[in-house]
Design a protein around this ligand. Structure first.
Ligand code: SF4
Ligand code: SF4
Length: 373
């Protein structure tokens, strides 16, 4: 099992697609779902319960999450001193990575750090100076011995040229990322769609950009013998190569859960306070058996469900975007799947020729990369 340990709801940034949107989001209609808005700001349960959870499931993976989890560096140290999961991971905006000593940082299997592309775009979305500070910190942790996987995690919306920005992260002079994931800001807020230009952008920029990226990705296999860890491409290609179908690819609600600040277990950190979806409490629940929950319509009637997996449980159950808007997001999913299907014969040929190996496409599933953006 994978658990996001939500340490705090507070954050030290005010990003446009998160803080900015929350200021505009007056619509509290979550499809009639009752939300508890009075959760503690910081985790307030006994952390020895996390150690017990890891004893029940020695294969479990704990991922520190927030808000910004490094605002709780002390709690991270306490938990890492107490609990023995198979792996620790963290999703962070990267600004405070220098607060944690190498003896802790170097124990992370994976660090997902939020960067949206180059300096100009990252600072536009996330605030001036953010890019520089994060790059300084990732260089610093690499210098101090971090050898785990460092994934640049992009949030993507209309100002993003996906092809250009992924390439910028891969070729950044000061720190070249070899692992990149991106997630669309789509379907998360109540009233943003009407004032945005999502349809035009997705049709004219994003979907063609993903196809171009797929071409670049396979070119790299051919010319460099490298399968870059561009997670949306990697995850879909892996499934097509193995002819495997997938449940929700982030694992939310069936293998990947979150422990909110009061200890209740929820299917995904975005579903905090949604009492209807509580799957028990860390003090009581057998960690191997939290309640399972799966996506409903329209995904259940969709002809690409076995590859897509349903994209996002939160978007599916809350219906923050209407049917037409949801369908536009689905067009981006189909664009990604088509891009990969088109490339599959060439990838198979490269494997046959020994330019790349089938196991170059392996990755740790449910590592915080949702695969379907
Ligand atoms: S493409 Fe859309 S409708 Fe189909 S499974 Fe994915 S999210 Fe659901
Ligand atoms: S895709 Fe949706 S359900 Fe899955 S982790 Fe992301 S926000 Fe949660």
């Amino acid at each position: 099992m994978f658990f996001h340990v939500v340490l705090t709801s507070e954050c030290n940034l005010q990003c446009r697609y998160c803080f900015g949107e929350s200021l505009e989001d007056f619509d509290e209609d979550f499809s009639g779902i009752d939300v508890d808005y009075s959760l503690p700001k910081k985790a307030n349960y006994d952390f020895s319960l996390l150690a017990q959870l890891c004893k029940h499931d020695p294969d479990c993976v704990l991922t520190f999450y927030g808000g910004e989890p490094l605002l709780c560096a002390n709690e991270i140290r306490q938990i890492m001193d107490l609990a023995k999961p198979r792996h620790f991971m963290i999703q962070t905006n990267g600004l405070l990575l220098d607060r944690l000593e190498p003896e802790y940082v170097n124990r992370f299997h994976t660090i997902l750090v939020s960067l949206d592309g180059d300096e100009e775009l990252t600072d536009y979305y996330r605030g001036k100076g953010t890019f520089r500070k994060v790059i300084e910190n990732v260089k610093r942790i690499a210098h101090k011995g971090f050898r785990g996987e460092l994934i640049a995690r992009m949030t993507v919306m209309e100002q993003t040229d996906i092809y250009k920005q992924v390439r910028r992260l891969l070729s950044n002079k000061e720190f070249k990322f070899s692992s990149v994931h991106w997630q669309l800001n789509a379907g998360f807020w109540g009233n943003d769609y009407a004032r945005r230009n999502f349809k035009r952008w997705s049709e004219t920029s994003y979907i063609p950009g993903v196809a171009r990226l797929a071409q670049f990705w396979v070119d790299q296999m051919e010319t460099q013998g490298t399968v870059l860890r561009l997670y949306p491409l990697l995850g879909v290609a892996h499934s097509l190569l193995h002819n495997e179908s997938s449940l929700l690819r982030c694992g939310g609600g069936w293998i990947n859960y979150a422990i909110q600040t009061d200890g209740y277990i929820i299917p995904c950190p975005t579903m905090w306070g949604m009492k209807k979806y509580y799957s028990g409490h860390i003090a009581q629940t057998n960690p191997l058996e939290p309640k399972k929950i799966f996506v409903g319509a329209p995904c259940t009637e969709c002809d690409v469900l076995c590859v897509c997996g349903g994209r996002c449980l939160y978007a599916n159950v809350t219906n923050r975007w209407n049917k037409e808007a949801y369908a536009e997001v689905c067009c981006t999913v189909k664009g990604l799947i088509n891009a990969m299907k088109t490339k599959l014969p060439r990838i198979n040929k490269l494997i046959d020729e020994g330019k790349v190996q089938l196991n170059d496409f392996e990755f740790m599933k449910y590592n915080g990369c949702e695969i379907i953006p």
